[in-house]
Write a protein that binds this ligand. Sequence first.
Ligand code: TTP
Ligand code: MG
Length: 412
Amino acid sequence: MLSNEAKTAFYETAMNRTIFHIDLDAFFVTVEQVLNPALRGKPVIVGGRPDRRGVVASASYEARKFGVHAAMPLSQAKRLCPDAVFLTGHFNRYREYSEKFMAILADYSPCLEPGGLDEAYLDVTGCENFGSWRALAMKIKERTKKETGLVASVGIAPCKVVAKIASDLGKPDGLIEVLSGGEKQFLAPLPVQKLPGVGQKTAKVLLSMGIRTIGQLAAMPSETFKNRFGAGIAWLHEHANGIDDSVVEMRGEARSISRETTFETDTTDRDFLKATLRYFAEKLGSELRETDKRARTVGIKLRYADFETVNRSLTSQEATNLDDEIFKRAVSLLESALAKKSRPVRLVGLEVSNLVRGEGQLSLFDAEAKRQEQLDRAIDRVRDTYGFDAIQTGYTLDLKQKYSGKTKDSTQ
Ligand code: TTP
Ligand code: MG
């Protein structure tokens, strides 16, 4: 229960972000060229000797002109580009260069998510931008070149997936900025294979439906997409529309935990939305209790049928790990959001953040909360032994028939 209104801050989360995706060009090969300048400007392939079995790990852009690419058998690469220099590579050196590269990026924002040795997302929202985001990207490219000898391609966008596609599209030595509002237009002409997650198989299915470009995929009605591919990959259709609100995940301790689901069919049924939130509250509550944490902030996410997304959160001095308490806060957020806009909802999510360890202020003083926590913990023990469905609360019973149970879990 929110006993002290004065302690409670209520705000709508601002969603305007600036995200960089930075990926090094021909990484393994370029390190080899830095270590041995005689290799510069030549077709170079790292992967092993061409008379051995194995595949290309990295090919210089000079070798790519001959059609050589990563994952191609070395024997085939040799046929396409007989003059290429084939190297087995130095993995320890690649790791060293990767560390130098990541250290440069970390100078510009603490919100850094490495995606392998040679690529990372950097959320620079609110960081110093050197006059413009392009200028900051140039600074990163220059420092990378000067301090490591490597070449970085940068994509700048309001969300991760568009930033990643932009960094790839500009290669080599690229820098592409996609402004907020321009995401769909930027993606539209590109082949669907440019979307991360669309491999040969998916591309074939899409092509058989006459869909060749990301724009054509985006234009497909969302219900048609869900019926054809399932609500489980509704995110792919959202990505095609330039929508991706996944956050840049820093390494280290969890800062938030969340659950969300996209419904098979869009819904206006409030009881159903509440039951879904109750289910998430029980899941998140039990995770908090298990890790001995409490949350000061509870947030919900609603995405309407037209993709408009609303995030609302409630921060309280009183940190909680109680299912009921998380649920009550979530419901108050839901009602206030729906009071403003009541339209069919395609996705609902619940997040707890501002996590603190151990005893919260509330439970120190509140005997009722202590009792409730003991009860929740007793339920956790039963569920640990017999499974989550062994105990159904009144709220979630309804869900059993309606709900496919496909949820997206996230710990950040
Ligand atoms: P990528 O960034 O995919 O490739 P790249 O850096 O060589 O080329 P570019 O980004 O300019 O397109 O992968 C980074 C490194 O990871 C790459 O240099 C070698 C390694 N790698 C493999 O070992 N096997 C693979 O199949 C791929 C794709 C990469
Ligand atoms: Mg690369």
